[in-house]
Design a protein around this ligand. Structure first.
Ligand code: MN
Length: 343
């Protein structure tokens, strides 16, 4: 089992911090997904068993398809002018940053955390972590999800109280969503050993699947139809992209999470190996990148769109108009023609 991913001195330091901690806060990235929420909930449950008073605080609302999860009603959303999340963060003697590799992935919440002196423990699986942002980093870029990283902390290192049905359900949800239903990023055999064990805690995998993937609104399905119609295919680059303006998105009564997964669809086209989805919001444009094979969207997102992530899945940002961001993308992709042809 991959306990060696974590430096022994980190493990000891963490053990010591847990012994003295009384209040903890768990935070995660902007636009929290199933892994961010699942890992946060599982961690909070485990910490509560240690009688550490724990609150989860997220940068912005998370999708409705995660609202069924046990403990979500206690999650706070960090907003300017709201005193409670700031107070709880300031009072915490231990801060956990899950499913993110840098404080900048949390926007304003990250900036606030940067002003706090409590030790920060990162539990993550993204490439190239900003280690200087954290006191202790449990970073395993080979893991399919942060939920898997947390599982190893609980199970192999015995750092946190053992699994139960609720924790197993949250970890399962993190793994299932980050692998897109066990389709990507889970070639490491231990993922399936972990799943086998989680099932032994009596979780209902079909119920979880349905709660996450069969609970969309009709507006979301129509927005997906619209987006797929608008998709542009660039056969010479084996690439397809979709770019939506905030007006287009608003006209489908957008709810958080409605565009989750859109970026995966273009990869279903034969010979397409690079997919890009841009969605504009009030402040900027969030961009998702997906690829097949060795084409690194982590590198592409880092170099051109102020982002990063994993080899085949990454995110980025643009502060231009949608039209300009698309023009930028079309310019940037030119230098990758040979690389994309070779995938
Ligand atoms: Mn993740």
């Amino acid at each position: 089992m991959p306990v060696s991913y974590f430096a022994p001195e980190n493990v000891e330091k963490f053990r010591a911090l847990l012994q003295t901690a009384k209040r903890a806060a768990v935070v995660t990235h902007h636009n929290p997904d199933g892994d961010a929420i699942g890992t946060s909930l599982a961690l909070a449950q485990a910490l509560k068993r240690l009688e550490i008073d724990t609150t989860i605080i997220v940068p912005n609302p998370f999708p409705e398809f995660l609202h069924w999860m046990e403990g979500v009603k206690d999650i706070l959303i960090y907003k300017h002018g709201h005193a409670l999340p700031k107070q709880l963060l300031s009072e915490a003697d231990l801060l956990f940053c899950v499913d993110l590799n840098a404080l900048s992935r949390m926007d304003a919440l990250g900036k606030f955390i940067d002003t706090l002196s409590a030790p920060r423990v990162m539990i993550d699986h993204h490439l190239q972590p900003e280690l200087k942002d954290f006191t202790i980093a449990f970073s395993d870029p080979g893991a399919c999800s942060s939920a898997e990283t947390l599982y190893h902390l609980i199970k192999d290192l015995d750092l946190l109280p053992h699994l139960d049905r609720t924790i197993a359900e949250s970890i399962y949800t993190g793994i299932m969503t980050d692998t897109n239903g066990f389709r990507h990023n889970c070639s490491r055999p231990e993922v399936f050993y972990i799943i086998a064990e989680l099932l032994q805690y009596g979780i209902d995998k079909d119920k979880i699947y349905s709660a996450v993937y069969n609970s969309y609104s009709d507006n979301r399905m129509r927005l997906l139809g619209y987006a797929l119609n608008k998709m542009v295919v660039l056969p010479e680059y084996r690439t397809a992209y979709i770019a939506l303006t905030k007006e287009e998105i608003a006209s489908f009564h957008f709810q958080p999470g409605d565009t989750e997964g859109f970026v995966n669809y273009p990869l279903q086209i034969k010979d397409i190996v690079f997919s890009v989805f841009m969605s504009e919001n009030q402040e900027n444009i969030r961009i998702s990148f997906r690829s097949r094979g060795r084409f690194s969207v982590n590198e592409f997102a880092r170099r051109h769109f102020d982002g990063g992530g994993h080899l085949n899945a990454a995110g980025g940002i643009s502060r231009l108009t949608v039209e300009e961001a698309v023009a930028n993308f079309l310019q940037s992709i030119k230098q990758y023609k040979d690389e994309l042809a070779a995938v």
